[in-house]
Design a protein around this ligand. Structure first.
Ligand SMILES: *Cc1c(COP(=O)(O)O)cnc(C)c1O
Length: 421
């Protein structure tokens, strides 16, 4: 029971916002694939006294005194992260995914160096070279693409050609809108050919890697893996950077995070990461990871049955990207209509989208959050059917009202772990 009694007592304005969000999360269905609900234990650690402490440096090598317990908790987070992903070194201080990626770039690259990453219009992430980002001003990003957006097959021939021509220092495997397993060994092979480092940005799917439901790029020989801890990992907001075995790379990464890019680590987040990693090491988490994928498959089946085009032809990794062109609905219209029904997801570009990025042709959704709520295949298929009903008749207010109450009823049956509503 989280009642926020102190906030209620002394700050009514923030209390009202908090209650609004509590209610929104409780009765609404979260299909944004990067969101999740933490356990009560993670929630507690994240709101703990570790919030009060400055701990610049690393365990055993801090600048300030009073570090007995910060050292203890950071060492736990490191050990558990290494165990989860089969790594030898872990930096657990990175504040979030974007700064973690920047930390790897600045550890391994010089300004002006070339990086080969997935084309953003084919599923790559903003931090892999979008022109508006800071890294894009420092490094030279070149891209690879899918050979066939309807299967998700990556064009490794093109990747090899680009790699030979552009001589990247770093090759990135990772995405925010791509639905298939990557052939990690192929990335390593191409990187070896041109002498590049390999980095896997597994932010979206690390929960399934930790839960042994998807392949681990470190096992295929990747030098570095980055992941956020708040998506399918179901931990606090933050990120970690893992190195399989190269001590020199691991040292460069530590120096790059602190003092390169950050000051004092957020020890409350690190404590919460440690708690989340212990949860992720349990057999229950493996069941959770498998269920995320089964639930995504249940939604996939409904969309395919109803003739809606899915990018990559479906999903292996829980991300679902639907092209709504044939339904005559834009991504924005879909997002708005579903929002009115209490279903939250995001508009998204499809590969080679003929419409602009602010008004794209598709939507993106995923199952980590609803799986945490306890949804199984049956509920997920039901949600997918409701979504398609709304997409086919988006201006029908009566329909949207009915769907909204069905969604609310479903959500109340499966409360989120930190809710007291
Ligand atoms: C979410 C995500 C990020 C960024 O993480 P933030 O914590 O939002 O900074 C980076 N890369 C990928 C692939 C992601 O999915």
């Amino acid at each position: 029971m989280q009642e926020y009694n102190y906030i209620k007592e002394q700050d009514n304005e923030v209390y009202e916002a908090l209650m609004g969000e509590e209610h929104r999360e409780s009765v609404g269905l979260e299909l944004i694939p990067s969101e999740n609900y933490v356990s009560r234990a993670v929630f507690e650690a994240n709101g703990s006294v570790f919030q009060n402490k400055y701990s610049e440096g690393y365990p055993g090598r801090r600048y300030y005194g009073g570090q007995d317990f910060t050292d203890q908790v950071e060492r736990l987070a490191i050990e558990r992260a290494c165990e989860l992903f089969g790594a030898k070194y872990a930096n657990v201080q990175s504040l979030s995914g974007a700064p973690a990626n920047l930390a790897v770039y600045s550890a391994l690259l010089e300004p002006g160096d070339t990086v080969l990453g997935m084309d953003l219009s084919h599923g790559g992430h903003l931090t892999h070279g979008h022109p508006m980002t800071h890294p894009a001003k420092i490094y030279n990003f070149v891209t690879y693409k899918m050979k066939n957006p309807d299967t998700g097959e990556i064009d490794f021939e093109e990747m090899m050609e680009v790699a030979k021509r552009e001589q990247p220092k770093l090759i990135i495997a990772g995405f925010s809108a791509y639905a298939r397993e990557l052939d990690y060994a192929k990335f390593v092979e191409i990187a070896k050919e041109v002498g590049a480092y390999t980095m896997a940005d597994m932010c979206h799917i690390s929960g399934m890697i930790a839960g042994k439901a998807l392949a681990n790029p470190l096992d295929a020989g990747f030098d570095v893996m980055v992941t956020t801890t708040h998506k399918s990992m179901r931990g606090p907001r933050g990120a970690i950077i893992l190195t399989k075995e190269d001590k020199v790379i691991a040292k460069k990464i530590n120096t790059s995070v602190f003092p390169g890019l950050q000051g004092g680590p957020h020890m409350h987040q690190i404590a919460a990461k440690a708690v989340a990693f212990k949860e992720a090491l349990s057999p229950k988490f493996q069941t959770y990871a498998q269920q995320i994928l089964k639930n995504a498959k249940a939604m996939e089946a409904v969309f395919i049955r109803e003739g809606v085009r899915l990018m990559c032809g479906g999903t292996d990794n829980h991300l679902l990207l639907a092209d709504l062109t044939a339904l005559n609905v834009s991504g924005v219209e879909a997002q708005t209509a579903l929002d009115e029904c209490g279903i939250t997801l995001n508009k998204n570009s499809i590969a080679d989208d003929p419409r602009g990025p602010m008004d794209p042709s598709g939507i993106r959704f995923g199952t980590p959050a609803i799986t945490t709520r306890g949804f199984m295949e049956e509920e997920c298929a039901q949600v997918a059917e409701l979504m398609i009903e709304v997409l086919r008749d988006k201006d029908n207010q009566e329909l949207k009202d009915r769907v909204k109450s069905e969604i609310e009823a479903l959500c109340l049956k499966f409360p989120i772990p930190t809710s007291f509503i």
